[in-house]
Write a new protein. Structure first.
Length: 94
């Protein structure tokens, strides 16, 4: 932490679950839930709060791979967390 701002850690864990549904040959819908935590110590301290978020994504399938357009909200927000986040990417997240 730098003051109250989280900037990284020495260890972390994360988990993700998503369901991929094809709507058409080129369009897909992906609901998802992500969870995880980062720690200042090299060994995770599982007594700290877990961050959880959920969202919905749209996939546009191209010859190079799917274009990802995701929107997510924190389910366990901190005061400084944004109420919504947008992500754009190429390829599947995992």
């Amino acid at each position: 932490r730098i003051s109250d701002e989280v900037v990284g850690g020495l260890s972390f864990w994360e988990a993700s679950v998503e369901a991929r549904f094809r709507v058409t040959e080129t369009i897909g819908i992906v609901p998802f839930i992500d969870a995880g935590a980062a720690y200042a110590e090299s060994v995770p301290d599982f007594s700290e709060d877990i961050r959880v978020g959920a969202g919905l994504g749209v996939r546009y399938f191209t010859g190079l791979g799917p274009l990802r357009f995701d929107v997510a909200v924190p389910l366990t927000p901190r005061d400084e967390d944004a109420s919504v986040a947008f992500y754009v990417g190429l390829g599947q997240a995992f």
